[in-house]
Design a protein around this ligand. Structure first.
Ligand code: TEU
Length: 536
């Protein structure tokens, strides 16, 4: 059953440094395969490790069939495949096919005047008023081309022209190269942005995204990809969908369309965006979060479309203190949020460090940030907003929060490296680290392992139908149903207590999971409970 899969995402640069250069590497992943096996996951998804100028940490690829020397060699990768296979761990890799780095040979040949390669990109004589995902215009003038090129992300990430059959052939070759090597899955970066409109026009009511998000061409590109490449192999595929809709995702996941197995949508992670603004501070719309989660379970999972369930990735603030930035009940909250979503139907995607409840870092100066989106945001706003306000927003929302080194133990540099890492470790690594949690039965780590084994054991968790139970704003309560199994999941998204007997009769239920040592009369602050109906 596909939904039994649990995927553990690794950001290699920040996982484990074995070459002592301050950057994590592929050998670091090999070294931690026993830990990954111990977690009980099926897949690791490794974010881009290909040659790259690293302006966007590898999402700016300059050679798709290579390994960046910063992170290792092709032999290391082959070894990783072999060692992972020994432990029954499958490998999913990241494909960034909406754009290439401008350092890529194709772009370089285009610059040198080769018209074949100029047609690999989206070059125009005039611009539109679209705004890049990382700020500024989506168009950059290039003298050598005597044209503007489109970049939905950084200026160094030029969008590829999927209308061009030569580009499609290159993409097939890349996917075949890795699939033949033996990788077991692909995560496709911003894949719902690859279809561009026939005519490029200004937008007067958004940043231009309505013209290129879920463009109908994308579905047919993905169908071709499915038919011509992906279907030839046994793969788990997941597409990252930026600002998507339920209607579009139904199409991508419809088995008749032969596109993708899972989709990542991000609407639930915008519950802390005030009026759609990413950088808003101290804002969390609890009702919004509940509605979005319930709606996607109802419209997608209940229709047998397989969602990717996730709270975290390398672009997102840490869930442990994302919606509540204070440190009270921090461990309880980390476990409560896990219960809230990980009893849903779908495939679980966990991000490194989430399983130990890693938190957002506290930084005091822009010099401590490395992420291009964060730095652009700061530079764009520093003339109108105080430094303190910008740093506060960055501390809550920056992508760097997810990118601090994995906290292995309490030794210097958190056991990640013997030298100062490329990005500062979170200051709390002495309190929060793997070593400390391994032998603590109540740790977030062992709680996550427990969730994983429950998902393996109970089909009602991974495949049951979802039913929202009417409740008050503070509580999110739902049932999962499959055959004669019934699960009741209760999470308290507040620091108040509620009389448990108002919501269920404990005599009828057995407790499968509780983030408190015991259940008394009350649903306690930030409590999370998973109950299964007693039979007979
Ligand atoms: O992310 C796409 C994406 O939409 C995010 O970068 C988003 O804009 C941001 O998190 C909102 O604050 C993917 C990758 O996951 C990301 O790391 C890359 O930077 C991006 O694509 C470009 O390849």
């Amino acid at each position: 059953m596909q939904n039994k899969n649990i995927v553990y995402q690794i950001y290699p640069k920040s996982f484990l440094d074995t070459s002592n250069n301050g950057y994590g590497d592929l050998n670091g992943i090999i070294k931690k395969l026993d830990y990954i096996e111990f977690l009980g996951v099926d897949f690791i998804w490794i974010t881009p490790f290909y040659n790259s100028p690293q302006r966007d940490n590898g999402y700016d690829v300059s050679d798709y069939c290579s390994i960046d020397p910063l992170l290792g060699t092709m032999d290391d990768f082959d070894n990783l495949l072999k060692e992972a296979k020994k432990r029954n761990i499958k490998i999913m890799i990241d494909m960034v096919l909406n754009h290439t780095s401008i350092d890529h040979e194709w772009f370089q040949k285009a610059l040198a005047g080769n018209s074949k390669y100029q047609d690999y990109y989206i070059l125009k004589d005039t611009t539109t008023n679209w705004v890049s995902k990382f700020g500024g215009s989506t168009w950059k003038w290039e003298d050598a081309l005597d044209k503007y090129y489109l970049h939905l992300f950084d200026t160094s990430q030029a969008d590829l022209n999927w209308e061009n059959q030569d580009v499609i052939k290159e993409i097939y070759n890349i996917l075949n190269f890795w699939a033949k090597k033996g990788v077991n899955g692909f995560r496709f970066d911003v894949i719902n942005l690859i279809g561009k409109p026939d005519v490029f026009t200004d937008s007067n009511d958004d940043d231009g995204r309505k013209y290129y998000t879920d463009n109908p061409k994308t579905l047919s590109y993905l169908q071709d990809l499915g038919r011509n490449v992906l279907d030839k192999y046994d793969l788990l595929t997941v597409g990252e969908m930026s600002s998507t809709t339920i209607e579009a995702c139904e199409k991508y996941l419809d088995s008749n369309n032969k596109c993708l197995d899972n989709i990542f949508q991000f609407h639930h992670l915008k519950a802390d965006y005030q009026e759609q603004y990413k950088w808003s501070v101290n804002y969390f719309n609890r009702d919004n979060l509940k509605n979005i989660l319930a709606n996607w379970q109802d419209k997608m999972a209940n229709q047998n479309f397989s969602m990717a369930l996730f709270w975290s990735n390398h672009d997102q603030p840490r869930i442990a203190n994302r919606f509540f930035s204070d440190s009270d009940f921090i461990t309880t909250k980390a476990k409560m949020f896990a219960i809230m979503q990980y009893m849903f139907s779908g495939v679980l995607y966990i991000y490194q460090g989430e399983e130990i409840g890693m938190t957002n870092a506290v930084r005091s100066s822009i010099d401590e940030f490395t992420d291009i989106e964060s730095i652009n945001f700061y530079n764009e706003n520093i003339s109108t907003t105080s430094k303190e306000d910008l740093i506060l927003a960055l501390n809550q929302k920056s992508r760097d929060n997810a990118r601090t080194p994995m906290q292995w133990d309490d030794s210097s540099n958190c056991g990640f490296s013997t030298i100062e890492p490329w990005i500062l470790p979170n200051g709390n690594y002495k309190e929060i680290n793997v070593e400390k949690q391994l032998n603590d039965q109540d740790s977030v780590l062992n709680f996550y392992r427990n969730i994983f084994s429950l998902r393996k054991k109970y089909d009602v968790i991974t495949n049951g139908s979802f039913e929202l139970v009417d409740s008050i704003s503070e509580l999110f309560i739902y049932k999962k149903l499959l055959n004669d199994d019934e699960l009741l999941v209760i999470t308290n998204i507040s620091d108040e207590s509620f009389l448990a007997s108002n919501y269920f009769d404990i005599n009828n239920w057995e407790i499968l999971l509780n983030n408190y040592p015991s259940l008394n009369k009350e649903i306690e602050p930030y409590m999370g409970l998973v109950l299964i109906k007693k039979k007979g």
